[in-house]
Design a binder for this molecule. Structure first.
Ligand SMILES: Nc1ncnc2c1ncn2[C@@H]1O[C@H](COP(=O)(O)OP(=O)(O)OP(=O)(O)O)[C@@H](O)[C@H]1O
Ligand SMILES: [Mg+2]
Length: 278
């Protein structure tokens, strides 16, 4: 969605989540700088707009690194890994020679995300952090609770609240973080319901989708406390055609998106397996 369209609409109507969130998250460079300005930690990064800048950035950030287009990336698209300094030119060509950011590759212990909801009156409710596993840049599984200490979980939800406040955000927001020892690095935000929040459909009274609608309609936020430990598994591409084993479990709920056609890296649905009732 073009930013100017949302800005123009905002003069006429209440718009939630609002143009600030869109502006910030549409551009990875703006987004990362926003985290830094909030005093949050991120992977080391540089914004680049030509091959010379990329070479300089590689010198500063060091290899291994990941080159990401500033705009239009999702599910690992628009990203290239750089293992050596001499890979700069092929990487620059691979992303189509467009403005990008170079990030140092973080050797994280695990990845977590927080799904936060913020209402018009500034109240913030967070779901328990989920622990995410990605392969080839695509989310495969989210498990709750994440295997992090309660204090780290509180810090993670605190960061999500801080980001939502700074954006004057209204609605549901996903915040992705890397856990490195006792440190949290913010990776990116998603100004919407998020794949790593799909577990809430079978783990909470009010899931992230209803929570978003409640928030943007100015309704009271719902109860987002987790009543079950859940493992959410994405059905990617052909996996959706082989459900025989995974879906025979009575504690597993299937969610299909009705997308056609089935493509190799396309998210077609997900399974929520209840592993424990809490
Ligand atoms: N700097 C980094 N260091 C280590 N791993 C990274 C880094 N950046 C990205 N990754 C890995 O690649 C995944 C996808 O990257 P990122 O979230 O930046 O891109 P995306 O394409 O916007 O993803 P999505 O929209 O699916 O969340 C991350 O969740 C992580 O597993
Ligand atoms: Mg991501």
């Amino acid at each position: 969605v073009p930013l100017v369209a949302v800005q123009a609409l905002s003069d006429l109507r209440t718009v939630a989540p609002g143009s600030r969130a869109l502006e910030t998250s549409q551009d990875r460079g703006t987004e990362k700088q926003f985290f830094v300005d909030l005093g949050l930690s991120t992977a080391p990064f540089r914004t680049i707009s030509d091959l010379d800048e990329l070479r300089d950035a590689l010198g500063a950030v060091g290899a291994p690194a990941i080159l990401k287009t500033r705009r239009f990336g999702y599910d690992g698209k628009g990203q290239v890994r750089i293992d050596h300094h001499h890979d700069a030119e092929p990487a620059w060509e691979a992303i189509g020679k467009v403005p990008a950011i170079l990030e140092g590759r973080v050797d994280f212990d695990l990845e977590v995300s927080v799904i936060a909801a913020r209402s018009f009156d500034g109240g913030v409710v967070c779901y328990d952090p989920g622990e995410n596993v990605h392969q080839q840049g695509i989310l495969r599984t989210t498990r709750v609770p994440a295997r992090i200490s309660p204090s780290l979980a509180r810090r993670a939800t605190g960061i999500a609240g801080q980001i939502a406040d700074a954006l004057n955000y209204v609605g549901v927001l996903g915040v992705e973080l890397f856990v490195v020892n006792d440190e949290l690095l913010v990776n990116e935000i998603a100004p919407r319901v998020h794949n790593s929040g799909h577990w809430t459909q079978n783990g909470c009274v009010v899931d992230q989708f209803e929570q978003h609608i409640r928030a943007i309609l100015g309704r009271p936020l719902g109860d987002g406390r987790r009543y079950s430990d859940v493992i959410m598994t994405n059905l990617i591409g052909e996996q959706v055609e082989h459900l025989d084993e995974s879906w025979s479990d009575p504690d597993t709920a299937l969610h299909l998106y009705g997308k056609h056609p089935v493509l190799p890296d396309r998210k077609m649905g997900h399974l929520n397996r209840i592993v424990r009732r809490v």
